[in-house]
Design a binder for this molecule. Structure first.
Ligand SMILES: Nc1ncnc2c1ncn2[C@@H]1O[C@H](COP(=O)(O)OP(=O)(O)OP(=O)(O)O)[C@@H](O)[C@H]1O
Ligand SMILES: [Mg+2]
Length: 240
């Protein structure tokens, strides 16, 4: 299978059409951005680490009954996926208060959120991804009420599954952002689940193991991405 035409060049990934029907290739590039694109860099191998972790999670979620777009990896940074009609929502699940939740609301960083919070933002960079509520989502016809219900159920299931897997590696899943797409009446988990889209803390040291290292210059970003990717995917390597 080959990349045919560049369809979308996002901030960190490029999406290509292919010669196979309903099938796309996502290239995980080495670009890293933060603060709405205000901070950018190119970090060698970053695309590979994120692609590896995403592929690992999609396969794990798929085995556990979550419908995802993942098909296979062509090479370390090209992922073959099912083409989806993307739903322009950023679905964020939060287990512990951190980041924008602490900046915008009177939560103390580190507070356990039980049950987890689902926050949904409008995926629109020109509007700086404003937070939505169910009524706005329905009024804007971004998703149907049935899709929204399904999306929330899937988001909590992804949280449960990822939280358990990461906990076994000594990592706390603080929060993460996922995107969904549709094919007919079916909702699929799309896009990526990587160190760029999760907030992870080491259970013992509290050390950041995600893009916060880049955002707030907390250390060697690539050394940490490499270590985390190894730690997360370790069980599968042990099985091979
Ligand atoms: N299965 C899929 N079918 C079609 N489009 C997809 C699929 N999975 C992901 N996409 C889209 O591919 C693009 C990936 O781009 P990327 O994540 O680099 O940038 P972005 O989403 O514009 O920016 P950011 O993630 O930084 O907000 C997004 O537009 C995403 O919605
Ligand atoms: Mg994106």
């Amino acid at each position: 299978m080959k990349c045919k035409q560049l369809l979308v060049k996002g901030k960190a990934k490029s999406v290509y059409s292919t010669d196979v029907k309903d099938t796309l290739i996502i290239e995980f590039r080495d670009d890293i951005t933060a603060f709405d694109g205000g901070k950018k860099d190119i970090l060698s191998n970053k695309g590979n680490y994120n692609a590896e972790v995403s592929a690992f999670f999609f396969q794990y979620l798929g085995r556990n009954g979550v419908r995802t777009h993942f098909s296979t990896m062509l090479d370390p940074h090209h992922m073959v996926v099912r083409k989806l009609e993307m739903i322009p929502l950023e679905v964020i699940v939060r287990n512990i208060a951190a980041g924008s939740l602490v900046r915008n609301y009177p939560f103390r960083e580190g507070t356990l959120l039980d049950p987890p919070l689902i926050v949904i933002d409008y995926k629109d960079d020109t509007r700086h991804d404003p937070m939505l509520n169910d009524e706005i989502i329905i009024a804007l016809k971004l998703a149907t009420p049935a899709e929204l219900k399904k999306i929330k159920k899937m988001a909590l299931e992804v949280n449960r599954l990822l939280g358990a897997l990461l906990a076994a590696q000594g990592i706390t899943l603080v929060d993460f952002k996922i995107e969904f797409g549709r094919r007919g009446k079916m909702v699929y988990l799309g896009d990526e689940i990587s160190m760029d889209s999760m907030r992870l803390w080491d259970k013992t040291t509290g050390e950041s193991l995600d893009k916060d290292v880049y955002r707030f210059e907390k250390g060697d970003v690539m050394a940490i991405y490499q270590k985390v990717a190894e730690r997360i995917t370790a069980p599968i390597k042990d099985l091979i």
